[in-house]
Ligand binder design. Sequence first.
Ligand SMILES: O=C(O)[C@@H](CO)OP(=O)(O)O
Length: 331
Amino acid sequence: MAASTSLRALSSIKLWSTGSFGLEKRTCHVNCVSVGRRCTNARNLGLVCASNSQSSVVEPVQLPGSPKSSTTPKKSSESALILIRHGESLWNEKNLFTGCVDVPLTPKGVEEAIEAGKRICNIPVDVIYTSSLIRAQMTAMLAMMQHRRKKVPIIVHNESERAHKWSQIYSEETKKQSIPVITAWQLNERMYGELQGLNKQETADRFGKEQVHEWRRSYDIPPPDGESLEMCAERAVAYFKDHIIPQLVAGKHVMIAAHGNSLRSIIMHLDKLTSQEVISLELSTGIPMLYIFKEGKFIRRGSPAGPSEAGVYAYTKNLAQYRQKLDGMIQ
Ligand SMILES: O=C(O)[C@@H](CO)OP(=O)(O)O
């Protein structure tokens, strides 16, 4: 954690209630086909991965001011976990090392986030986690605006007592139509140290391709004054275990919008990759990946199909039923 101590601790972990998953009739402007079984990662790393934690249970996310919701898992005991790397940022476009520099999306990145949203518009989402960086937050918001359920994603502000108090919602009905968005610095991109702001090609020309590849993709070699993937995993995976797995155990459907390396470290954990295997794991910008959490296990389902692609509508009975309800609402 040493290298991450300089990061701003913007984690907002105060709890919200996501309310029931009741559906209401609305008009959908998005023509979506649901989940197709595709893997868009560089490698297809297999389907079944083990979770290590069913034991640490914390309260599900709760809206400020609402009565505590029950920790009893939903009947289905099956939850969706969506991971999305942010859309293209202005520094991705310029080929600069970005790390924890807070750079927004390009117009292409905005499009990617919208497209990602179309791919997941039939998958339930009860709570969203993002890093504290704007490119992940923009991606989460733009993606959720495509969702057929039309709930409003709202950032939880618990950085101070005042921020918490001043962002209260006083209508239970409005809370039910909202999705809490929890920001956590632990999900930030790896801190790239003295490479931040440097051009990747120029850095390779100066230090050699192999050296730069080692800094970028090795598991335990940090770039100068920055975090290795291992160091990034220490905080990102710890956050995932302590805050996100309990939500899944409680039956909540979770979306995480984060970064190439914080997500690589979480996928390494979910898919039980070795430090050798993770070297070749590359994540594209703006591509959602779906896991099903069931009976303490994570089942990898690849990337949901795009709206113009034919595909299987759902992987599980619960997802199929959710989609059917949405279809019923929209007729
Ligand atoms: O610059 C960065 O922060 C990351 C992600 O864009 O780059 P890399 O792919 O080299 O880890």
